[in-house]
Design a protein around this ligand. Structure first.
Ligand code: CFM
Length: 485
């Protein structure tokens, strides 16, 4: 080992070869070693991207619209800006609804052009709002978003919205002022929407209470039906979900969040803020759970049931689900044991998954990158993750490739953009955001996830695709693929 390498290995924060011209990146990459004091080694996070690095982050507007607001099933999403802001936050996330996927079919925009930027877009906005409601008379709810250009020219969106609500007393509109440049990543958009909603909309409606056990289920976005699956558990436990924030959720249910006795939080990064405010403003306690993985899911059910004193119901549900799904999970575990995985998503899925795939599938997570997690996310990730694993904040493409050479994963969970590059390297990729064949939450869902990993890692196509067809020697499948072939 060279002296330089020795020195590098001794250092918990790593400067990769590809980053030698932007040495500031060293503070964002941690290689965990046994006995490290992880508190002193956390990658810095939630800070502006360093010029010169090609970030994978999204913008603040995207965090509000694509991640939270756009999931609602009965709400027009009016994007006040150029058409690109609407197009790029439409159709890229898989969150179905039980009313025919209204939210995924349509996108609305004021389609700002140069003359609106020069002369102001308020009239255009009012006209677009009326047009949208006229076109869809059954829809009475809307969220209006500002974008970089309309924020810069100073359109008074709130005044327009107020006027429309006066003219149309049967509609309700919520305004999100969170232009792309207002934060360092999409994380800012989560925050703005959370705080705006609690301050302006929670407490403005009441719904019928049908159970003495009531919750808000927060930070679950029904990716490929996660919410549908988990709703079966709540129903079997006799728990009424007052609001889903926001998977398959409705605008008016979210106005009733104050009525719940407990806020159960899945994605603490995107929606922990509203849970905290519900506690502060309305005294609704917050309980964080993990909904992926057998151990975690069972623990989450136990915690919620303990809160309401219905432990027996919880134990019964867990026993039934284990009986049904554990044998299948164990079949996959047998075959996935020792496989190496990388996770490159937003942030929370790193700490949700690293330990659960290890416990339930025997998989080792060897590299993780978070686009917008904060330091508190890294605290959780590093605490649950393995030694010898890379923990990276806001990684860029070159770093991905360099780290791949070090850790050699069998499968990578990331988005389609990076996924396309990985495919070319003949490494199996699974959509870590929208899933391949989800849902992945809950007991049944985690079996789906294991099945996708099994199919990806045992499929001979990657091996075959890597062969040079001009080579006349006979192909020999590697041993790991022979069983499946
Ligand atoms: Fe929460 Fe999410 Fe995620 Fe997220 Fe996202 Fe996402 Fe994600 Mo993609 S709300 S933070 S902003 S769990 S869209 S459904 S998968 S990056 S780790």
């Amino acid at each position: 080992m060279t002296e330089a390498l020795q020195e590098e290995n001794a250092m918990p924060m790593v400067l990769l070869e590809c980053d030698k011209d932007i040495p500031e990146r060293q503070r964002h990459i941690y290689l965990k070693a046994p006995d490290d004091d992880a508190r002193a080694c956390l990658p810095i996070a939630n800070v502006p991207t360093i010029p010169g690095t090609l970030s994978e982050r999204g913008c603040a507007f995207c965090g509000a619209k694509l991640v939270i607001g756009g999931v609602l099933k009965d709400t027009i999403q009016m994007i006040h800006g150029p058409i690109g802001c609407a197009y790029d936050t439409w159709h890229t996330k898989r969150y179905p609804t039980d009313n025919g996927h209204f939210n995924m079919k349509y996108v609305w925009s004021t389609d700002m052009k140069e003359n609106h930027i020069v002369f102001g877009g308020e009239k255009r906005l009012a006209q677009s709002i009326h047009e949208a409601f006229d076109e869809m008379p059954e829809i009475k709810r809307m969220i209006v978003y500002t974008t970089c250009p309309t924020a810069l020219i100073g359109d008074d969106v709130r005044a327009v919205v107020k006027q429309v609500m006066k003219e149309r007393p049967d509609v309700d509109i919520f305004t999100v002022e969170c232009p792309g440049f207002s934060g360092v990543s999409q994380s800012k958009g989560h925050h703005v929407l959370n705080i705006g909603w609690i301050n302006e909309k929670v407490g403005t409606a009441e719904k019928e209470i049908t159970s003495e056990y009531t919750i808000n289920f927060i930070g679950d976005y029904n990716i490929q039906g996660d919410t549908f699956l988990l709703q079966q558990y709540w129903d079997r436990l006799g728990i009424q979900v007052i609001s889903h924030f926001t998977g398959n959720g409705t605008y008016d249910d979210l106005r009733c969040m104050h009525q719940a006795k407990l806020s159960v939080v899945n994605c603490a990064r995107s929606a922990g803020y509203i849970a905290n405010e519900l506690k502060k403003q309305y005294g609704v306690p917050r309980l964080d759970i993990v909904t992926w993985g057998f151990n975690y899911r069972a623990e989450g059910i136990r915690k919620v049931c303990a809160f309401f004193g219905i432990e027996e119901r919880g134990e019964q549900l867990i026993a039934e689900e284990y009986a049904k799904w554990k044998p299948q999970m164990d079949w996959y575990k047998e075959r996935l044991k020792g496989k190496k995985m990388a996770i490159w998503t937003g942030g929370p899925r790193l700490w949700h998954w690293t330990k659960s795939v290890e416990d339930d599938m025997g998989i080792e997570v060897v590299a993780m990158s978070s686009k917008f997690g904060h330091e508190e996310d890294f605290e959780k990730v590093v605490a649950r993750g393995r030694d010898g694993t890379y923990y990276i904040d806001d990684a860029n493409e070159l770093e991905f490739f360099e780290v791949l050479q070090h850790v050699k994963p069998d499968v990578i969970f990331t988005g389609p953009r990076v996924g396309e590059l990985i495919k070319k390297m003949h490494i199996p990729y699974i959509n870590g955001h929208g899933y391949h064949n989800g849902p992945y939450m809950g007991f049944e869902g985690f079996v789906n996830m294991a099945r996708d990993i099994y199919n990806a890692t045992y499929n001979p196509i990657r091996f075959l695709a890597a062969q040079d067809i001009r080579d006349p020697s006979p192909l020999v499948l590697p041993e790991r693929l022979r069983e499946a072939a």
